[in-house]
Design a binder for this molecule. Structure first.
Ligand code: PBG
Length: 334
């Protein structure tokens, strides 16, 4: 018996011809399974305390550490581009062992949050990174114990204070990126107790100890020596990523995230299949830098590579994507 679709060579050729739906741009557009929208994009932004002009980040061409003035203009541009939100990171002038700048209402991240909220109005969601690493002199995401290890439960106390400080500054979504056990439950409890029950939490649930954060360390002038492998996930582990997603959902995360994106699309697809809350992905600094560097060398088509990289993350299941190209990509999608 002849297999369906395989009429003999002397007949008319194959019956099943997937190429029919690829024949014209209009047909391809009509049958596309994944669509991008500006509202699905979130722009991470850096704000540097004491800066008098924007400072370029050499490993992330096109990305800067903003001054408070240039931040306002960039937030207005992001709103005009129609993207869904911005995620703020602070680069403080002074750091100490407990990351005091993170909880100081006049600390750079809290100042930047107030400015961004005032500038953005209702046009987009102003989000803040809730982690101590930018603010600690040792560069770790939590506080240290007597042996120099990262103290999980003492760090949770600082996250609780940081969460309240960020909510008070007006942050509309707190991004918990420290990878301490119990961080979502702890910050949820702190916010609810302080009268901020309506401020939502984004759990960086499956955050891997990745080489692709390299350029970010320059962007925030990280003081880290060593690595974060005692708290961020081992890149070898898929089930553990799924477990972290489940835990953050159980602790009350309103949205969960997988990070980085491109090397963890399996983890992302698992999360998208199982999570009852939205699943986001973070296309991190190293993913940005690789494409920019290859494009600058003329080795790949920059625009196509950017579009394809973000499309792949959406196709794998991300409801929204944090990407340093958010505003530029939004301009192309239009
Ligand atoms: C931690 C944090 C990091 C990133 C976002 N939040 C760095 C880290 O975990 O070392 C990396 C983002 C990127 O590489 O673009 N506050």
């Amino acid at each position: 018996m002849t297999a369906p679709g395989a009429r003999g060579a002397r007949d008319a050729g194959p019956v099943l011809r997937p190429r029919r739906l690829r024949a014209t741009p209009a047909m391809r557009r009509l049958v596309a399974e994944t669509r991008q929208h500006a509202a699905d994009l979130v722009l991470p932004m850096f704000v540097r305390e004491g800066a008098s002009e924007p400072v370029p980040i050499s490993s992330m061409p096109g990305v800067v550490q903003h001054t408070t003035e240039s931040l306002k203009k960039a937030v207005a541009d992001a709103a005009a581009a129609g993207i869904g939100g911005i995620m703020l990171f602070g680069v403080p002038e002074h750091k100490d062992a407990i990351g005091s700048g993170a909880t100081d209402p006049d600390g750079i991240l809290n100042v930047a949050t107030r400015l961004a909220v005032a500038e953005a109005g209702d046009a987009l969601v102003v989000q803040t990174d809730l982690c101590l690493d930018e603010f600690t002199d040792h560069g770790h995401c939590g506080v240290l114990d007597a042996n120099g290890g990262v103290d999980n439960d003492a760090s949770l106390e600082r996250y609780r204070e940081m969460g309240v400080a960020q909510a008070e500054a007006g942050s509309q979504l707190l991004g918990l990126s420290g990878m301490m056990d119990g961080q979502v439950a702890a910050v949820r409890d702190a916010l609810d107790t302080a009268g901020h029950a309506n401020v939502p939490l984004l759990g960086y649930a499956a955050k891997y100890a990745s080489a692709f954060y390299g350029p970010f360390r320059e962007a925030v002038q990280s003081s880290l020596e060593g690595d974060r492998r005692s708290y961020q996930l081992d890149p070898a582990n898929r089930l553990e990523g799924a477990r972290e997603i489940d835990l953050d959902v159980a602790e009350g995360a309103d949205i969960v995230m997988v990070k980085p994106a491109m090397s963890y699309l399996d983890v992302l697809a698992d999360a998208a299949a199982s999570s009852p809350v939205p699943v986001w992905a973070y296309q991190v600094s190293g993913e940005y830098a690789m494409i920019e560097a290859a494009a600058a060398n003329g080795w790949i088509d920059r625009r196509r590579a950017i579009e394809e990289s973000v499309l792949g993350i959406r196709r794998a299941g991300a409801d929204a994507v944090l990407t340093y190209w958010a505003v530029e990509l939004a301009g192309w999608i239009r």
